[in-house]
Design a protein around this ligand. Structure first.
Ligand SMILES: [Mn+2]
Length: 276
């Protein structure tokens, strides 16, 4: 039985690339029954897209999304940087499907602001955009190679799977954390506009935290839906409460495990710190 969800928020699927965990995503999608879907950016990776090698598993995910469209479920597509070409269609409505660069909803009296979260990230905008696209392409071939090796490891029954891309990412992790200063900028902006809850994606770091703005000490709940390239996480809003869901795959038992993560109240990403 699929679980009923009032609002499902997904971001950073990166469909069309080697990084997308489409098989797991599809399994997760089949386990839920959303009444509203918010696709919070970097859904189809237009930066890296090569239609000549669109992976079959990814079509299943698209099929699921099309089914939601025909079932008249409201769907908001808020473009991110990897699908920034869609930002020019801001306001486009096709029945229950809407493209909007940002979205504000009143959820049980709480002003909730949804946006991908790339607008103040200087590493993907302006002159850095082309560099980011090229680096992204290189990284994606690298992930493809890594998955190829993992395929052989599975076949040969090797227990410790090689994870080149993770070690590469870990090494740049501290550097990335510094760059995330732009997230505080959103918190300030949110506080200024009397937003209660801010929902982003983009940084591939799932989290649920209460952050206080520096200017007026207003508290903002900051939620990040994470991604479906590494963390396999989503945000679910049910009966007036947000839950962060993490889809885990147990390699030894060959089974998938769904876990919900507790809401924590402190700085940005305490959840991730605990995982380390
Ligand atoms: Mn992004």
């Amino acid at each position: 039985m699929a679980r009923d969800i009032d609002i499902l928020v997904l971001s950073d699927l990166h469909l069309g690339t080697n990084q997308c965990r489409a098989g797991r995503l599809y399994k997760y999608l089949k386990s839920v029954n959303p009444k509203m879907l918010i696709l919070n950016g970097d859904i189809i990776d237009i930066w890296l897209l090569d239609f000549k090698k669109w992976p079959k598993k990814h079509t299943k995910v698209l099929g699921y999304l099309f089914n939601l469209m025909t079932a008249n479920i409201p769907i908001y597509y808020l473009p991110g940087n990897h699908d920034d070409y869609l930002k020019q269609f801001d306001g486009l409505t096709f029945n229950n499907f809407k493209i909007q660069n940002e979205l504000i909803l009143d959820l049980a009296g709480r002003k909730t602001w949804f946006m991908h979260g790339d607008k103040h990230d200087k590493s993907v905008n302006g002159t850095k955009r082309d560099i980011a696209i090229r680096a992204g392409k290189a990284f994606d071939s690298f992930v493809g190679f890594n998955r190829f090796i993992n395929g052989w490891e599975n076949f040969l029954g090797v227990k410790d799977r090689t994870n080149f891309s993770k070690s590469l990412k870990d090494r740049t992790k501290s550097a990335i954390k510094k760059n995330n200063d732009f997230e505080q900028q959103y918190i300030e902006e949110a506080a200024l506009n009397k937003v209660d809850t801010l929902v982003c994606g983009h940084v591939h770091q799932p989290g649920m935290t209460k952050v206080s703005a520096m200017q007026n000490k207003r508290h903002v709940d900051y939620l990040n839906s994470g991604d479906w390239t590494e963390n396999c996480t989503s945000l679910e809003y049910v009966d007036g409460k947000w839950t962060l869901y993490r889809y885990r795959y147990n390699y030894t038992k060959h089974e998938s495990v769904l876990k919900n993560v507790r809401f924590t109240q402190s700085d940005i990403y305490p959840f991730l710190e605990k995982q380390d």
